[in-house]
Design a binder for this molecule. Structure first.
Ligand SMILES: [Zn+2]
Length: 301
């Protein structure tokens, strides 16, 4: 299966920072080792052009990001130290989601081994998220005339506030977020459908809630393109997430979302979003299982 990555573009981080910068290279190695993607099927994304970012985000915010002039308050909200390398990597992450979404529209499924930066809104960049890759990709593909109606299924443990800010008001996009009720962000911007799950929610209750949410969202969206944020942070061992899914439970989640979206006729673009296991290899296991589930569906066609 073809996938996109930007794992070689790293950026300076303080020691012991929680952002899992090593995850991306380990995941690239893992999907190749698993046979999910051949080495020449792993593509490196180009940085998204600036004007594609300003088509979605506040141009003044983008200018501050570009020149390193974020305010102290913005810096703190972002949680990552600004550097030119951080910005370059963020642009490549968006580039990967655009390519994966384009491939999805062409072949039914596409995946970026990154992206899902759902806390970035029109005029804010926070929670480790510089740019909202999903909103930018949707805008681009609409501008190219290849899609109109969209659905975002956000299964990261954190609520998708930036996506709700950008796409919630859009009548041709339905935003669904399933997340820990007590997880960040503490001030929410409402999605079209938000499902708050109690602390410690496990596989069975989660999958039931997800099935119901998809029953509601899919017919209302009538989407030709769906984005699936397959966050690894609802895992029971995650340091930030307050839910308690097992690894098999997370795979069942992926399969439920992929199969329901494909059955609806929508093209599906899969992005990673978060994952903060103590041992990064646990996050890589979860992400690699998602990629393998996508690949099985690519090859079954
Ligand atoms: Zn998250």
């Amino acid at each position: 299966m073809i996938v996109w990555t930007h794992d070689r573009w790293r950026f300076p981080l303080p020691a012991h920072h929680r952002f899992p910068l090593d995850k991306y290279a380990l995941l690239r190695e893992r999907v190749v080792a698993d046979g999910t993607a051949a080495p020449d099927e792993v593509h490196e994304a180009e940085p998204v052009p600036w004007d594609h970012l300003t088509a979605v985000h506040d141009p003044e915010l983008i200018a501050r990001i570009r020149t390193g002039e974020l305010t102290v308050r913005e810096q703190r909200g972002l949680g990552l130290p600004w550097s030119a390398a951080l910005v370059e990597r963020g642009r490549r992450s968006v580039g990967g989601t655009i390519e994966a979404a384009r491939l999805a529209l062409d072949r039914g499924l596409g995946m970026n081994l990154g992206g899902g930066t759902h806390h970035a809104g029109r005029a804010f960049a926070r929670g480790y998220c510089l740019f909202n890759d999903v909103a930018v990709a949707l805008e681009r593909l609409r501008a190219e005339g290849s899609t109109r109606r969209a659905l975002v299924v956000d299964c990261d443990v954190h609520q998708g506030d930036g996506t709700a800010d950008l796409l919630g008001p859009d009548p041709d996009c339905f935003t669904l977020s399933l997340h820990g009720a007590r997880n960040y962000p503490f001030q929410r911007i409402p999605s079209d459908l938000d499902v708050d799950l109690a602390e410690g929610t496990g596989d069975e209750r989660y999958l039931e809630a997800l099935g119901e949410a998809l029953d509601h969202a899919i017919p209302r969206a009538g989407a030709d393109l769906a984005f699936y944020l397959a966050g690894a942070d609802p895992w029971e061992g995650d340091r930030l997430g307050r839910l308690a899914l097992s690894k098999p439970g997370l795979l069942a989640r992926d399969e439920l979302v992929l199969d329901r979206l494909r059955a609806s006729g929508a093209a599906v673009c899969v992005v990673l979003a978060g994952g903060y296991a103590e041992d990064v290899r646990d996050t890589v296991d979860i992400n690699a299982a998602t990629a393998a589930a996508v690949a099985r569906r690519v090859h079954a066609r």
